[in-house]
Design a protein around this ligand. Sequence first.
Ligand SMILES: [Zn+2]
Length: 167
Amino acid sequence: MERNISQLILEDREKRYNDVMELSRKFDLPVVCGKLNYPGKNKNTIEANRAFEILLEIVKEKFRMKSVFSKELEGFDGRSILMVVDMSPGDIKKITVELEDNSEIGRIFDIDVYIKEGKSIDRGMINLAPRKCIICGENARICVRSGKHGLEETLNRINEIINNYGD
Ligand SMILES: [Zn+2]
């Protein structure tokens, strides 16, 4: 039986998580996972690829001196970079939050920092405010949970941010 796209996305997400766990065990160091917040079933659009290339360059540059291993993944859940970083998780998280918050394009980056047992660091753990929604500016998590904005509206806004990059 043919599997649908949603299942394939979930499978790739699970594979990525397993890769994170494996790296975390192997190196016993924090693992940074950089990807995009890109909703919908096609996570490999021209815009998504363009944004990922930007993310990749920024993440590599930021952690160049402290990276002990990195690998890139691709699939139905889009592209991602996994990077093992020899720094304290709190310091890494501060850098990734800055990347997410301090530029327009950063607002569609989703950079997680995993510590032991596959747990990721929450913004709240280092006393930072939650991420703001790219459409209305409210707490992004609440907008996602309540389905406040439609897929088309969200995708249009995201693609607009990507297309405006560098202008
Ligand atoms: Zn919103």
